[in-house]
Design a protein around this ligand. Structure first.
Ligand code: FMN
Length: 219
């Protein structure tokens, strides 16, 4: 198949270094709100790239669950392939692509586990079946002989924890925060003259006084 004639012209917005906010979190919030308002499907879905000790990058989608003052939070199995990568190398990058807005955002930084209490309180808010599912998928990314094995385990756990009973929070499951060190906002423009503004955190700042330098990058 040949896709070389497929082209779109991006004309929905622009990004000006002079008028972007001082804090990238303000812009990220504004863009996320616009994605929600414009009914982007799964605006919280982001590609997360990690790279373990083997130096081979892996990428997969996870759901953004919270934006904090310092970064972005997602939940997963700590013993998954990505969890193992993060143990070996905490550096990672997350990517949002909101096609309807002709925008992408790249967030680079370092990943660490969030507080176990916070993970537990999120786990307890999830639907009962998803809670059971988290126990079934252990270790996430491990091999399973067939689907029947998964379904049998699911049924056994459903019997052990009927609806309306508490499913314990697994120790192997919880949140990670990707603390933002660099974040690039990309707005598609006509003629491939796209706008790219990258924020880099200035060194020597504590979290409460974080300041950022912006640069425009060639598209
Ligand atoms: C739309 C979408 C949302 C997903 N959200 C999550 C998530 O929040 N957490 C998670 O662990 N996996 C999520 N997944 C599954 C992951 O992409 C991936 O298959 C899984 O985490 C195992 O990845 P790993 O083997 O690289 O660790 C999602 C997949 C899709 C397509």
């Amino acid at each position: 198949m040949d896709f070389s004639d497929q082209r779109l012209s991006y004309e929905k917005g622009e990004l000006d270094q002079q008028s972007v906010p001082e804090s990238p979190f303000e812009l990220l919030n504004a863009w996320m709100n616009e994605a929600i308002e414009q009914n982007v499907q799964e605006p919280y879905a982001m590609s997360l790239a990690t790279c373990g000790a083997d130096n081979k990058p892996s990428v997969r989608i996870v759901l953004l669950r919270e934006m904090t003052d310092t970064g972005i939070v997602f939940y997963t199995n700590y013993e998954s392939a990505k969890g193992q990568d993060i143990v070996e190398n905490p550096n990672a990058e997350a990517l949002f692509f909101w096609h309807e807005l002709e925008r992408q955002v790249r967030i680079s930084g370092s990943i660490a586990k969030i507080d176990a209490d916070k993970s537990a309180s999120y786990f307890q808010k999830r639907p009962h079946d998803s809670q059971v599912g988290a126990w079934v998928s252990q270790p996430q990314s491990g091999e399973v002989d067939n689907r029947d094995v998964m379904e049998q385990t699911f049924e056994q756990l459903q019997a052990k924890y009927p609806d309306n009973t508490t499913v314990p929070t697994p120790e192997f499951w919880g949140g990670y925060e990707l603390t933002v060190e660099k974040i690039e906002f990309w707005q598609g423009r006509a003629s491939r003259m796209h706008d790219r503004i990258v924020y880099t955190q200035d060194s020597g700042n504590s979290e409460s006084t974080a300041s950022w330098t912006t640069k425009r990058l060639l598209p």
